[in-house]
Design a protein around this ligand. Structure first.
Ligand code: FES
Ligand code: FES
Length: 165
């Protein structure tokens, strides 16, 4: 069945007619060519497809585009503002928090969601809060350091419990 949805994607309004079975991930990648959002497992297990939906992180492979009608979506293409990278993007670059880079958009969007959630601002809290995002290259230590730095810069990291190990 075809239906029409209205989505705000990276601050731009889209009115789209689509098959009701289309996932948000496939809509972004196949229809809108926003290929920064990656497809890994396609079953909600790797976090590679993470985006922000009304500011909250979700696995876009598990969401039907139809259910996102009237909602706001942020992908990696829309995270930065006016030619300035998001602090998480800068931190991932400066701490070399990637190898092949395939998981990186999902890691960054997940971290952006994490920053707005009530996790403990500690090493363990970051590890737990980011545990839904897998990295086959094992870049976890540097990803952790990058997220810690952003929290530190926002004066949100708990210095008592934080450790860079
Ligand atoms: S592709 Fe969506 S969680 Fe793996
Ligand atoms: S950097 Fe290669 S999968 Fe994470």
């Amino acid at each position: 069945m075809e239906l029409t949805v209205t989505l705000e994607i990276n601050e731009k309004k889209h009115v789209l007619t689509l098959d009701s079975r289309t996932t948000l991930l496939d809509l972004l990648r196949e229809e809108l060519h926003l290929t920064g959002t990656k497809k890994g497992c396609d079953h909600g297990q790797c976090g590679t497809c993470t985006i922000l939906l009304d500011g909250k992180r979700v696995n876009s492979c598990l969401i039907l585009a139809a259910s996102a009608d009237q909602k706001s979506i942020t992908t990696i293409e829309g995270l930065s503002s006016s030619n300035s990278l998001h602090p998480l993007q800068k931190a991932f670059i400066s701490h070399d928090a990637l190898q092949c880079g395939y998981c990186t958009p999902g890691q960054i969007l997940s971290a952006a969601g994490f920053l707005n959630e009530p996790w403990e601002r500690t090493t363990e809290g970051i590890k737990e809060g980011m545990s839904g995002n897998l990295c086959r290259c094992g870049a976890y230590p540097n990803i952790l350091t990058a997220v810690q730095e952003v929290l530190e810069n926002q004066k949100l990291l708990n210095p008592q419990k934080a450790s860079h190990s």
